[in-house]
Design a protein around this ligand. Structure first.
Ligand code: FUB
Length: 319
């Protein structure tokens, strides 16, 4: 399958692609070379602002255009550093960008910024979402209009710090046949600014209904994404240290989701992160790799590939 770079003029990552007003809008992280060294907690990812990108045409032919800087760390009172992944949803003609960032105590939370147009300008709320934690929000609007946020990431994403939505004194990374750390999902309030309920675990099970164990190379790590295909809920995610994008299918937004297979094989660079979107009758996988930066893990470039399903609704692996 063909793949193409989307925005060759700058380093961007973690693309959340959405269709608004007949155009493709991409909400990425904005990588840059901060000089921080690589570490297992992602200290080399020191992003300091957000941009929105737009493609009005065939994404396999056209590069994205930059709609400009939206806001930076200096505009958000609660944030000290690391503006990581973000995503955007529309409700009643307003656009809500949900992002992850670290506060002044070194803890990740989710924040909200609001705009009248998908290209911004987005204005951040003064405080993070109450009760939010960890990273990598994906905002999903179901056909009935309810909005859900999926989030979470382990290691530097701090998900291992939490149990039952409370921060633990001691962190535990599950091993062997223990249940893995799950992504989380919460329905949002009508104003899309708070959780309407306590976040729930997103459980991925095998074909017998048993949760995939912690030592399964296909277990969840970070980069949640939700899309619907033929009435089914497709939860996709990165497996982090095994470097795959995988997916699982369920009957409702909360799951459980039954593991199906690999969407994307490992790319150049440590991280892999994506979104899946239907645009003008075709399905696309947006993701990133580090080929243009010669495998510099913190300088990633956006890519797009066409995505295909077989007759049973299985996604064909992009190699
Ligand atoms: O961009 C920083 C982090 O790298 C993201 O939050 C992860 O999903 C990984 O792509």
């Amino acid at each position: 399958m063909k793949a193409k770079y989307v925005f060759p003029s700058d380093y961007m990552a973690d693309p959340a692609a959405n269709v608004f007003d007949g155009k493709l809008y991409i909400y990425p992280s904005h990588d840059y070379d901060s000089g921080e060294c690589f570490d297992d907690d992602g200290g080399h990812f020191q992003m300091k602002d957000y941009h929105v990108l737009c493609i009005d045409g065939d994404p396999m032919e056209q590069d994205a255009k930059d709609c400009g800087k939206q806001f930076g760390i200096e505009d958000i009172p609660w944030v000290e550093k690391q503006l990581w992944d973000n995503d955007c949803v529309e409700k009643d003609g307003k656009y809500y960008l949900i992002y992850s960032a670290k506060d002044y105590t070194g803890v990740f939370h989710l924040g909200v910024a609001v705009a009248d147009k998908p290209e911004g300008p987005f204005v951040p709320e003064a405080d993070p979402i109450r009760g939010s934690y960890s990273i990598d929000p994906c905002v999903f609007k179901d056909d009935d209009g309810e909005i859900y946020v999926y989030f979470g990431g382990i290691w530097g994403g701090q998900l291992q710090w939490y149990k039952d939505n409370k921060m633990l004194k001691a962190e535990h990374l599950p091993e062997g046949k223990e249940d893995p750390l799950p992504s989380r999902v919460a329905r949002m309030t009508g104003d899309v600014k708070q959780f309407a309920e306590a976040p729930r675990a997103v459980v991925i099970v095998d074909e017998t209904g048993k949760p995939l164990p912690a030592d399964d190379p296909h277990r969840f790590f970070e980069a949640s994404w939700m899309h619907k295909y033929n009435g089914k809920y497709y939860f996709s995610y990165s497996t982090g240290d095994t470097h795959l994008l995988c997916y699982a299918v369920g009957d409702n937004p909360y799951g459980p989701f039954t593991y199906q297979g690999v969407i994307l094989e490992p790319v150049v660079g440590w991280t892999t992160h994506h979104s899946i979107v239907e645009y003008k009758g075709k399905w696309y996988l947006f993701h990133h790799d580090c080929v243009p930066s010669n495998d510099t893990t913190w300088l990633r470039s956006l890519k797009v590939a066409e995505l295909e399903y077989d007759a049973e609704g299985h996604i064909k692996t992009v190699k």
